[in-house]
Design a protein around this ligand. Sequence first.
Ligand SMILES: *Cc1c(COP(=O)(O)O)cnc(C)c1O
Length: 390
Amino acid sequence: MKIEYADRLKRLPPYLFEEIDRAKQRAIEQGRPVIDLGVGDPDRPTPDFIINKLHEASLDPSTHNYALNKGLRILRQGMADWYGSRFIDVGLDPETEVLPLLGSKEGIAHAPLAFIDPGDTVLVPDPGYPPYNSGAIFAGADVQVMPLLEENGFLPDLGSIDKDVAWRCKLMHINYPNNPTGAVCDKEFYEKVVSFAKKYDIIVCADAAYTEISFDGFMPPSFLQVKGAKDVGIEFHSLSKTFNMTGWRVGMAVGNADILAGLAKVKSNIDSGIFTAIQIAAIEALKNADKVKDEMIKLYQQRRDVLLRGLNDAGWEVPCPKATFYIWARVFGEHDSAGLAKDMLEKADIVITPGNGFGRSGEGYVRMALTVDLEKLEEAAQRIKKAFFS
Ligand SMILES: *Cc1c(COP(=O)(O)O)cnc(C)c1O
């Protein structure tokens, strides 16, 4: 029998990282000394105290059954408490304004199913985290991109969005600190988003996965700190990057109760909650967030500085991000994004991510993740100098 895939799968954009993935695999099999700056996954382990809590909780058989779909009340309370202590003016009702997720990716991808009918428009940033686009496609949306351009600080220009598109739009995604560009925004930008959303009746999904990874004293704001934000939107957060817990799958959506109720209804038909022992470990993590944060920021800031110094010394001028563990750099010479990624692997055994894989406006850029240790970053900069600039 010939297997036919549904149109929603055929509508997904081609996976542009395939070629670089294959080339990387070949290089590793050939035993080449590959330095992988491609993956946005923290290299450091989850802190011991969180692992210990998981172990302890998992020994209690009452954690072994199906979890409550809305998560433990004490987890929702812990999430609300963390939000309130981290962000001034964000009070959350743990009953209605906090929804635990199996990592924020699934919440981001599932949200459109609650609000979007075929043909409704969803606005997504370009370049952007792929699930904004794919989740909208699965819901049958007409996806319109908001280009993130360097001249605008990689913020969408809301004023340039076509009025007809805005009126047809039911949901929009924003993401600061931003993957892949490393850009940040201030509260004034969020205020503009709230008035735009109110004017056109648009649900805002703000992705705040990187608010805890910021440098030089900069403290990224939450969308919910802005007046009126809770009338129009929700914010996604995650323990993945903040606590080196990407594999554990625990995150949250917080904010507007009616929006969260819609997302919760979708999820109650798809998943059965987070393993209870992981919920208990997550509470412990959030309670001790301050203990982990300083060391993590120091680690990435040091790495950022070392790689930037090395690249700028080599002759590749690369901007300095205020947040996230990504360097978003313009390609040099005659390269396009894919060409530079390919050459980088062939000539320097370094894996980087071509920017066009995040959307058309990512063309002309590459992303490097600071998820390897200092020595490797120094080595990477030296190899780049030798291969391209001498
Ligand atoms: C890593 C990341 C997340 C977090 O994903 P989880 O599913 O919570 O692990 C969310 N948004 C962006 C933009 C990310 O890069």
